[in-house]
Design a protein around this ligand. Structure first.
Ligand code: IMP
Length: 496
């Protein structure tokens, strides 16, 4: 006879937090959102966010932007091993503050070429190199101060206008960011080219990036000060894949499976853990029960992902009748994690994955016991996600599709059938509203989480877990919490 669980499946929107005593020390500036991503907190995230291992989400640009804010991306594995390893390498090689010049011309090009390039890239500093490319011999720099777009004859060649190298301040490869910043500051310059021993252009360092760097105090790096990055694995080609990812410098891997409570996954975790021990964080999942958690923790997982069927593009529940309300799953697994920690002295962090549509849901996920959250849609909406913006009916959108959709055709993850013609989708292909740069979005969510922790009287996520008191809400309470009895200004204005 089938067993029916006592409680119904609950979701985050059904809960509200009840405030606790806020002491004077409970101010956002004192709150730390540092959370563990590996057993017993040997490795931590500086903010409790990771991005989903999805084609429409975790590309290199997003991985860099998220690590700079203190979280981590998981580069998707629905691609070839070499391509994925190359993406990891790009993130690891990213030198904060050292930019590869994307605006380059040769002295034979014209001012009109410079104007066109400036329009295309939006950058006003153009490196003049022998071959007109990123890394050939640097001859000088052309900026908007060197010519007047509406006065000079734009058909003239750049060679008469750019500032040559002998009149420029530049540095040799090997200079540290701190040294480069000092040079910029002492010489009152906006941009410092960095060249190798042959005089080839390597990087540009900009004054404005120094301020940017200062405004990212939570940046997540490895012990060599390179940005932290994760990557997904599947249970089919993991032996080969993990080797390539480790060679590329990956810090953390995570098995990407819609149902991780399986012997395949236990075997794969054991293999990877045995090979790389504590030098590599190994995440596992997804599961939605205590039993699933214990199974993967016993297999050696460093963290376990919770969630089946809650993702915004997910149709797993619809297609297969499998899943569980995300709040019920997180709550049950959090209890199991704490019992396991008490028994084994091994704290295995849990990650709530999928269905986080609003900042309040992130907050409730953490309150119910998640150590950190994985988000797909949230990051797909950002400027740094790998897709292009499109305009529809006057609004900007970005494409977003599930890894189980036809578009992703993630054969490794869903290759569980020997009858490929019977393939069915577990995800949809969709569009999500564009939300702008990641940094601004993350800053807002972080500010809200910190404010809520203060309301509850907690200075960190661990204390939040211990002190959070939640109440279930009725439908009428939801209405009461909304603004349905007044006409919101933005609606009145848009009607006019
Ligand atoms: P979101 O943050 O609600 O958009 O959910 C993202 C999560 O959905 C991912 O981290 C995956 O766990 C899950 N997911 C990604 N692609 C699919 C799919 O095609 N079907 C079901 N779940 C998916």
């Amino acid at each position: 006879m089938a067993q029916i669980l006592d409680d119904i499946s609950r979701t985050f929107g059904e809960f509200l937090l009840v405030p606790g005593l806020t002491k004077k020390e409970h101010i956002p500036a004192n709150v730390s959102l540092k959370v563990p991503i590996s057993r017993n907190g040997k490795i931590n995230l500086n903010i409790p966010f990771v991005s989903a291992a999805m084609q429409a989400v975790s590309g290199t640009e997003l991985a860099i932007a998220l690590a700079r804010k203190g979280g981590s991306a998981f580069i998707y594995c629905s691609q070839g091993i070499e391509e994925q390893a190359r993406m990891v390498k790009t993130v690891k090689e990213h030198k904060a503050g050292f930019v590869e010049s994307d605006s380059n011309l040769s002295p034979q090009d014209t001012l009109a070429d410079a104007v066109a390039l400036r329009k295309k890239t939006g950058h006003s500093t153009i490196a003049i190199t022998e071959g007109g490319d990123t890394h050939s011999k640097l001859l000088g720099i052309l900026t908007s101060k060197d010519f007047w777009e509406f006065k000079d004859d734009l058909s003239r060649s750049i060679k008469d206008f750019y500032t040559p190298l002998d009149r420029l301040v530049f540095a040799k490869e090997g200079v540290t960011l701190q040294e480069a910043t000092e040079i910029l500051w002492k010489n009152k310059k906006e941009c410092l080219p960095v060249v190798d021993t042959q005089g080839n252009l390597k990087y540009l360092v900009f004054r404005k990036d120094y301020f940017d760097h200062k405004s990212n105090p939570d940046e997540l790096t490895d012990d060599k000060k390179r940005l932290f990055v994760g990557a997904a694995l599947n249970t089919f080609d993991y032996k080969e894949r993990v080797e390539a990812l480790v060679a590329a410098g990956v810090d953390s891997v995570c098995f990407d499976s819609s149902d991780g409570y399986s012997e395949w996954q236990a075997e794969a975790i054991q293999y990877v853990k045995k090979k790389y021990k504590d030098s590599l964080v190994v995440g596992a999942g997804n599961i939605v029960t205590k039993e699933g958690f214990l199974y993967l923790a016993e297999a050696g997982a460093d963290f376990v992902k919770v969630g089946i069927g809650g993702g915004s593009i997910c149709i797993t529940r619809e297609q297969k009748g499998i899943g569980r309300g995300q709040a019920s799953a997180v709550q049950e697994v959090a209890v199991a994690r704490d019992e396991y920690a008490k028994k084994t002295k091994s704290y295995v962090p849990i990650c709530s994955d999928g269905g986080l549509n609003m900042d309040t849901q992130v907050i409730v996920a953490l309150a119910l016991g998640a150590d950190f959250v994985m988000m797909g849609k949230y990051f797909a909406q950002c400027a740094e996600s790998p897709t292009d913006k499109i305009r529809y009916n006057g609004r900007l959108y970005k494409p977003y599709w599930g890894e189980g959709s036809l578009r992703a055709r993630n054969w490794q993850r869903y290759r569980n059938s020997d009858r490929p013609e019977l393939f069915f989708e577990e995800g949809v292909d969709a569009y999500v509203p564009y939300s702008g740069p990641l940094a601004e979005k993350v800053d807002t969510t972080v500010a809200k989480i910190k404010a809520t922790l203060c309301n509850v009287g907690a200075l960190n996520v661990k204390e939040f877990h211990e002190k959070a008191v939640l109440t279930r809400v009725s439908e009428l309470t939801l209405v009461e919490g909304g603004t349905s009895t007044v006409e919101r200004l933005e609606r009145v204005v848009s009607v006019e």
